[in-house]
Design a protein around this ligand. Structure first.
Ligand SMILES: NC(=O)N[C@@H](CC(=O)O)C(=O)O
Length: 435
């Protein structure tokens, strides 16, 4: 059996985890040896025993949408710090977005991210390749070379920018179909929501005098891309869905059998446009926070599977890039450490979803969409040991200063939220332990 992707082998001490419940059915002790689950009856005498009585065992979480900022902005996040934050959030794999400096638009750039991840990461780092050279939206990047490289890139995205040119989008979809890839679209029509647009277009943007971006700037691109996916018989993934209109388009497209998948961020499941009323740039994000009706529609869509997955869109920014007038500040907020807590609060504690749905959306589906073998797998003997042990009842007040991220643009600071993660294990190695 080939080794699962993971850190260099350590003088691994087997782990015997006792007493954990399993959300997916099944229970019993878990033995982790040589990076995989093994039969607990074979536990060696020197195995480290972990008492997980009362805890829930989940397959390691997979984030289809992380900004790690290395290379280029290591003052705001590195692959080491971003994946440390991921491990604390229960993640064992992250898809690293391409909008770094330089952009991940070549095989060499993708292999660089892969290699630093393997050397310094606390989670598997899978590079996302850019769709267009330099994210400029004009010429296709080296999609085939990235796919055939050691990084085995399968997901491509110009995230931060929309692939606006329909012909370029068509060509990209045609190209990735040849190797089972997917185009992850940042759906934002730059003609409807460009330039200074920084807030949901509606009553609040009008009152505050902030340039707005209407829901239609997202849903019209998603409708177009669904049709292009049908035309090319290829696969499109919609990043950070934020509106009820987009949910309707997704329902329509899925009913027609179009190969479209979508993700929602934790912040769009909980926070609304009202946060912006104080002009605090921490709440400036793309796409913008939307009204409560959209939040409700997103929760419903995640519960019924219209939205397949949760993506954090963890977007670290330096203080000097955020501390500006709202219209001039950088877009983006942190999310890796708090994602599962927000999902418990919005989906489990409201009885909208059961655990199997949350596990599907935060582990199985993102691994499948992004083409990550070895992640999002069931907890079963022989499978790679990617595991998150959680206490779903534990809560804490979020402290931005205590984050493992290098950045502090944390929209959850001071909020009381579930703080569930007790231990994360990636490829058999403990990557996070709650004190
Ligand atoms: N989501 C964000 O608000 N920011 C992202 C890029 C982007 O999607 O705009 C970032 O890289 O900072």
């Amino acid at each position: 059996m080939s080794q699962p992707p993971g850190p260099a082998p350590l003088p691994a001490r087997p782990l015997l985890i006792t007493g954990a419940r399993r959300a997916d059915a099944g229970s019993g002790d878990l033995l982790i040896m040589d990076g995989r689950y093994a039969d607990p009856a074979d536990a060696p005498a020197d195995a480290e025993r972990v008492d997980a009585d009362g805890l829930l065992a989940l397959p390691g979480l997979v984030d289809p949408h992380t900004h790690l900022r290395e290379p280029g902005r290591e003052d705001t996040e590195t692959i080491a710090t971003g994946t440390a934050a991921a491990a604390r959030g229960g993640y064992t794999a992250v898809l690293a977005m391409a909008n770094t400096t330089p952009v991940t638009d070549t095989a060499e750039a993708a292999e660089y991210v892969l290699d630093v991840g393997a050397r310094e990461g606390s989670a598997q780092v899978q590079p996302v390749g850019a769709v267009s050279k330099g994210l400029a939206g004009e010429e296709l990047a080296e999609l085939g070379l990235m796919a055939r490289s050691r990084a085995r890139v399968r997901m491509f995205s110009d995230d931060g920018r929309c692939v606006h040119d329909p012909t370029l989008m068509r060509r990209a979809l045609e190209y990735v179909r040849t190797f089972g890839g997917v185009i992850a679209q940042h759906a934002q029509d730059p003609r409807l929501a460009g330039g200074q647009a920084c807030c949901h277009e509606g009553e609040v943007s009008g009152r505050l005098g902030l340039p707005g971006w209407p829901a239609a700037a997202e849903s019209t691109i998603v409708a177009r891309d669904a049709q292009l996916a049908a035309l090319t018989r290829s696969r499109v993934h919609v990043c950070h869905v934020s509106t009820a209109e987009t949910v309707e388009v997704l329902r329509w497209a899925k009913q027609r059998g179009i190969a479209i998948t979508a993700e929602v961020t934790p912040h769009h499941l909980m926070l609304t446009t009202d946060e912006v009323v104080g002009y605090d740039p921490t709440y400036k994000v793309n796409p913008p926070l939307r009204p409560a009706e959209d939040v409700t529609a997103l929760r419903e869509a995640l519960a019924d599977g219209t939205i397949d997955a949760v993506g954090t869109d963890h977007a670290p920014h330096a203080r000097q890039d955020k501390e500006h007038a709202f219209a001039d500040a950088a877009f983006g907020m942190l999310g890796l450490e708090t994602a599962l807590g927000v999902l418990i609060e919005t989906m489990i504690n409201t009885d909208r979803s059961d655990w199997s749905r949350v596990i599907e959306a935060m582990s199985h589906a993102p691994a499948r969409i992004a083409g990550l073998p070895g992640q999002g797998r069931p907890i079963a003997i022989g499978e790679p040991a990617n595991l998150t042990l959680i206490d779903p009842q534990a809560r804490a007040s979020v402290d931005a200063a205590a984050s493992l991220s290098l950045s502090r643009n944390n929209p959850w600071h001071g909020r009381d939220l579930p703080d569930p993660v007790r231990m994360t294990v990636w490829a058999g190695r403990v990557t996070y332990r709650h004190d």
